[in-house]
Design a protein around this ligand. Structure first.
Ligand SMILES: *Cc1c(COP(=O)(O)O)cnc(C)c1O
Length: 351
């Protein structure tokens, strides 16, 4: 199958643009693991500054940021409190159990977002029988929650709970820049209640690879040791760090276009027979919809859309996810909505 013409599978499908590639080609480089790569150092400084933290470290991926943040801050047998839809629970191969040996206590939030009371209820009383509650982890935006944005006040209230009980706060900020643009709240304000957090460069920001983890100088020093241990330390990483610097300068504000495109797609398909769009909470660049009443499964809709050159991911048996990004235009969104219309209409005629 040739690659789809219009790829709404994920914002990971972005390709580095000409401007980004030029920045990469011209990057000043050195040995990253000796702290001698000027472009990587610059990217880390920019990110730490943006997030209001003392220090930052460049990582190959967001998954490694989550795993290392957990390794540094949790001991084996500790509990992490996270929403049931969290990436660390569902999409990291059981990493927290494998590496840090932690438990995760899932919270039943709404669209990936839970209440401070729920966090507090999930914290265990210190007793010999129970795991130690150690970390509250939130995802901004909440991916499987619907690309939903955690409101700043709610983050602060959860942070107060963590502080009261002596737990650390961790943000999986894979799409924090989307939340910043959607909510009009600075990254620094969102970051303030967190001991550790990171942003992904390879999602909506359009870089080929990389993520940046931030926190206190002491936290980053320990994170560096884990990065070295796990084989994440690099050499002339300036070539890819330059893409990150370029993205932070050029690709943040434009995320508003992706958000407008997501809303536009949702409106375009909302009335199609059998398609149920999860309309409350199209906060950012994702649209989830249910196909159960089309008479087709998500896998079947996925296949038929591919025949139209459009790829939309199956989130589960009946739920599909559209993600808008840098490499899809408004025209292509219109075309994708039209393709879904044809697929659904064909099915309802056949029924
Ligand atoms: C993509 C993603 C990750 C992992 O990032 P990678 O760079 O793919 O390893 C973690 N959390 C969320 C919410 C994500 O969407």
């Amino acid at each position: 199958m040739p690659s789809p013409r219009i790829d709404l599978y994920s914002d990971t499908q972005t390709r580095p643009t000409k401007g980004m590639r030029e920045a990469m080609a011209n990057a000043e480089v050195g040995d990253e693991q000796r702290g001698e790569d000027p472009s990587t150092n610059r990217l880390c400084e920019m990110t730490a500054e943006m997030l209001g933290k003392e220090a930052a470290v460049f990582m190959p991926s967001g998954t490694m940021c989550n795993q290392i943040a957990i390794l540094v801050q949790c001991n084996p047998g500790d509990d992490i409190i996270a929403d049931k839809t969290a990436h660390i629970i569902n999409s990291e191969g059981g990493g927290p159990a494998v590496f840090a040996g932690t438990m995760i206590r899932p919270v039943d939030g709404v669209r990936g977002i839970f209440e401070p009371d729920q966090a507090e209820a999930a914290i265990r009383k210190a007793r010999r029988h129970a795991p130690r509650s150690r970390m509250i982890a939130i995802e901004q935006t909440a991916n499987s929650g619907g690309g939903t944005v955690w409101p700043l006040e709610q983050i602060r209230a959860v942070g107060d709970v963590a502080q009261k009980h002596g737990l650390v706060m961790h943000m999986d900020g894979a799409r924090l820049p989307n939340a910043v643009v959607a909510a009009g709240v600075s990254a620094r304000d969102f970051a303030e209640p967190f001991d550790s957090l990171w942003i992904d460069l390879s999602k909506g920001l359009g870089c080929p690879v990389g993520a940046v983890l931030a926190g206190s100088a002491d936290f980053i020093e320990q994170a560096w040791q884990w990065k070295q241990r796990m084989g994440g330390a690099m050499r002339q990483s300036g070539v890819i760090a330059a893409a990150g610097i370029y993205a932070l300068k050029n690709n943040v504000e434009r995320l508003a276009e992706d958000h407008a495109n997501a809303k536009f797609f949702a409106e375009s398909v909302a009335n199609l027979p059998g398609i149920k769009v999860e309309t409350d909470g199209i906060d950012s660049n994702m649209v989830f919809f249910d196909v159960s009443e089309t008479g087709m499964t998500a896998a079947q809709v996925h296949e038929r859309l591919l025949e139209h050159g459009v790829r939309i991911g199956e989130n589960n048996h009946m739920r599909m996810r559209v993600v808008t990004h840098l490499d899809v235009t408004r025209e292509q969104i219109t075309e994708a909505a039209e393709a879904l219309r044809s697929v659904v209409m064909e099915a309802s005629r056949a029924a």
